[in-house]
Design a protein around this ligand. Structure first.
Ligand code: PAF
Length: 283
């Protein structure tokens, strides 16, 4: 694996690879890697000549300073995992390299409705920060294929929208890869590293709440399903930001089912200080 710290050096290297006809797959991360990230690398390797990953804990996307400070950093282990997965190229820039002029939101991405709901509503500015880093990374790497995890469902939609806004949609195809889960159903996430043993035992309630919605979707009203899911979470010590059942293509709330929607259930909830998110497509 070749490691780059400078954006221009990486761009030049990748330009040369592209000129030689090599296809590029890109898996951006914030490190603290787990099997979910590695599955993105493996998927990319099947369809591209070269797989590029990046590790950058993007300060611009944290709406909560403590969450940023406590974000797990396991860089040596991450590098080993990427080497084992035969990732070809790793980009590990500094904050200065990515944001030479600072990271106060200089640009306002017109994301529309998607930014006003769920993660957008509970984490003001978060998606603007995601767009800032993703625009920067995508323009440096210019991959043919981008790989993202379904766990961050709304983020995937935002990044697809960004790619259109910055007119890279003719070059980049976005591939959304399935969420990997622990044996008890907990979605793999870097933030799981912050859970203490007691919290970890309770954390499977998110999957239980989502599974409850999935199992009862055909027979119960959406309001009742959401209330029950909130109860499951609260009984297990969670403070709930939202439980929503929405149309998977727009994320508009489904109040009345018409049989035509493809529904997705989404959850965000805190276990003490740690905020976890997850979702299930209901089909
Ligand atoms: O999902 C993540 O790890 C981050 O939000 C991303 C897409 C790498 C942007 O910083």
């Amino acid at each position: 694996m070749i490691l780059f710290k400078k954006a221009t050096e990486l761009s030049e290297y990748l330009d040369a690879q592209r000129k030689n006809g090599r296809t590029l797959g890109f898996c951006p991360t914030m490190g603290a890697l787990h099997a979910g990230h590695i599955s993105l690398i493996e998927t990319s390797k099947k369809s591209n000549d070269l797989t590029v990953s990046s590790i950058f804990v993007n300060p611009a996307q944290f709406n909560n300073a403590q969450d940023f400070e406590k974000y797990p950093v396991t860089i040596e282990r991450d590098i080993e995992m990427l080497e084992d997965a035969a990732c070809d190229i790793l980009f590990i820039p500094t904050v200065k390299e990515i944001y030479p002029d600072g990271f106060i939101h200089l640009k306002n991405y017109k994301l529309g409705f998607i930014e006003t709901i769920l993660e957008g509503k509970f984490r003001p500015g978060h998606f603007q920060g995601v767009c800032m880093i993703m625009e920067r990374l995508l323009k440096i790497v210019l991959p043919q294929h981008l790989y993202l995890g379904q766990k961050d469902y709304q983020q995937c939609m935002v990044i697809k929208k960004l790619i259109k806004l910055i007119e890279l949609d003719k070059i980049i195809t976005t591939n959304i890869c399935p969420t990997l889960r622990e044996k008890d159903g907990l979605a793999m996430s870097s933030r799981n590293l912050r859970l203490n043993p007691e919290e970890r035992k309770k954390a499977d309630s998110i999957f239980k709440a989502l599974s409850f919605i999935m199992t009862n979707f055909e027979v119960e009203k959406t309001e009742v399903l959401k209330q029950n899911a909130v109860s499951i979470l609260k009984e297990n010590g969670f403070t709930v930001d939202y439980v929503e059942i929405a149309d998977a293509s727009s994320l508009e709330e489904i109040k009345i089912r018409n049989g035509k929607q493809k529904p997705v259930a989404l959850v965000a909830a805190f276990l003490n200080e740690i905020r976890l998110i997850d979702n299930l497509i209901l089909n």
